[in-house]
Design a protein around this ligand. Structure first.
Ligand SMILES: C[S@@+](CC[C@H](N)C(=O)[O-])C[C@H]1O[C@@H](n2cnc3c(N)ncnc32)[C@H](O)[C@@H]1O
Length: 282
């Protein structure tokens, strides 16, 4: 075959797409500190359809230069094997020194590239998730953008949060399914513990667990390791750390101080020198 005719033949579709993705990564170098521009460039639905990227910038800006392992559940495209990977490519461009991992129930490995590795499996398969985290050697950021089924989101958190490294960040997208019956949610019982919002809005008590009066209490994994939670429209961030500041008044969830046990008025009547702040009522 003549060399000339070899070059004139159309390139296979897979090669064209790969070249297109390489060109995008090269363009992305110009905007690598602007997550919203990157989201638009890589056409993720995290900006435009949703407005998540401004919140991601708030939480990720100070750590984007680090060497991290970021894991996103849900590569995208569902059963269409030609589609997916938009957000993984965006994260790769934003976190220039990090490794990006994706998980999907479908085989999406054709979207692997340098610093992007993809696993096939279910977000509620504990053995699969444990094995994957062992293989990659730990994870600093988890983003759950998978099935959005209420039971799955809760189960995945219970499996993966304990495996997250200290100072890690766990993100849950599309929490609107908490209100949708088709996803196991409810619009009538908003605090139902089986719904995403019912479950996660009870967790901030863990942040304050050292203040709650209950003798012989053994702190849970979440008590000991959740230091902050941020709720946005359809989006939750949960920050992991050592939650052990200690209480100013209570030791091991037990206290004998009458001031706290019997109420401020009883205490005032027996100790006139204490003058607490009281708001004036007009
Ligand atoms: C909304 S898309 C992800 C979009 C992608 N994160 C992005 O921003 O470009 C959801 C993906 O989750 C996958 N998925 C659904 N159920 C899953 C499960 N049980 N485990 C893992 N992935 C699942 C779907 O195949 C689909 O590709």
């Amino acid at each position: 075959m003549e060399l000339k005719s070899l070059f004139l033949r159309p390139l296979p579709q897979g090669v064209i797409e790969r070249l297109h993705r390489m060109r995008l990564q090269a363009t992305a170098l110009r905007y690598s500190n602007d997550l919203i521009r990157l989201g638009q460039l890589f056409k993720t639905d995290k900006w435009g359809e949703h407005w998540y990227l401004r919140h991601y910038e708030t939480h990720f800006r100070s750590i984007r230069g680090k060497r991290l392992n970021l894991l996103e559940i849900g590569v995208g495209g569902y059963g269409d094997t030609t589609k997916g990977g938009d957000s993984l490519r965006m994260w790769k461009a934003y976190f220039r020194h990090s490794n990006i991992f994706g998980v999907d129930i479908y085989d999406k490995r054709q979207f692997e590239e340098k610093r992007i590795k993809i696993f096939q499996g279910s977000q509620v398969d504990q053995a699969f998730l444990q094995d994957m985290v062992d293989q990659i050697g730990g994870v600093d950021i988890v983003i759950d953008d998978g099935s959005h089924m209420n039971a799955h989101v809760i189960r995945t958190f219970e499996i993966l949060f304990p495996l997250l490294r200290r100072d890690g960040i766990y993100v849950i997208e599309d929490t609107q399914t908490s209100y949708w019956p088709g996803y196991g949610g409810s619009s009538s019982d908003l605090s139902h513990p089986g719904t995403i919002m019912g479950y996660f809005t009870s967790l901030p008590h863990s942040i304050n667990y050292e203040e709650i009066l209950r003798s012989n209490y053994s702190p849970t994994e979440f008590d000991r390791n959740i230091v902050a939670m941020h709720f946005y429209h359809n989006l939750i961030f949960i920050c992991k750390g050592d939650n052990a500041e200690g209480s100013n008044r209570i030791h091991r969830n037990y206290m004998s101080d009458r001031f706290i046990l019997e109420g401020i008025d009883d205490h005032l009547s027996s100790n006139a020198s204490v003058q607490p702040y009281r708001r004036e009522v007009s």
